[in-house]
Design a protein around this ligand. Sequence first.
Ligand SMILES: [Ca+2]
Ligand SMILES: [Ca+2]
Length: 322
Amino acid sequence: MPVNVTDLTDLGVISVDLIVSYDTNVLTATGVTVTDTIAQDSLALSNIDDQNGVINIAMGRGTPFSGSGTLIFIVFDVDSNNLNDSSSLDIIEASLNGGDVTTETDSGKITIVDTPPPGTVVISVPKNLTVPSGTTTVRIPVNLSDVTGLDIISTNLTLSYDANVLSAIGATLTGTIAAGGAMFVNPDNKNGKIYIALLFSTPELFVLSGSGALVYIDFDVKSNTPNDNSLLSITQASFNSNLGEFTVVKSDGDITVNVVYGDVSSDGKVTPYDVRLILRYLAGLEALSTGQIKAGDVSKNGKLTALDATLIFYYITGLIPN
Ligand SMILES: [Ca+2]
Ligand SMILES: [Ca+2]
């Protein structure tokens, strides 16, 4: 990562002290280099405290620095393969000539696999997807990073999900970068797995290019219980003969059934039936799940009472807006 400076010409700067912090869960500092910087022929020393994620850098030279641009590169090992993991790179201290020259600093940030290294394929499912309770079907993309030039002609993948929450119906290539390809789909809703094999032919073979959705998978939303969650885990992904032509990074997603407040029956709608369910529950005539109780607790006091039934009734009859 470069540390950049504005124009130092004629400021008489001969020494620089820098302290930069980073997230040790994401990065490990390994050193510094002045190759290809404006400090090319300077002395640069670094002291890494990888426990706390801090690197101290001292630079010095016989003649003043001049020009603007990259002053020094900090070299990091990337410890995380998690897509969207990020580390801010904060300049905690920057002093030129021991503080004699006034400085202003601006920190940076690094995000993993924003631009994957060449030869890396990132296959991912969106994280933190939500559907309101009452949703019947959902279409979930499996996305690929830019695969241009990797000569991918076939793909095998397995996506796992919670069979109590979702039930796979099928998959489509329409509107994806694999449109026109041949697909074999095998949903195993007993074990919560869907197998997809793709061959890119139209009928002539073509290679994948670009980035975006590789395939859309359609699911029935089985559970309408608020807060029910399913991990969407890419348990297997291979490309071509998978002879190690490139690195495959898998990034899992998840989906949560959201609470629709007032909707005790979990059909996505707030109706007199929901009021009736609460009244029956209060009278001991109906059993409700924790999720249903949460959905019915519109007063949000952690309890389902006649007040909640009344508020929902007021809402339905338009006496209160929400
Ligand atoms: Ca309802
Ligand atoms: Ca309540």
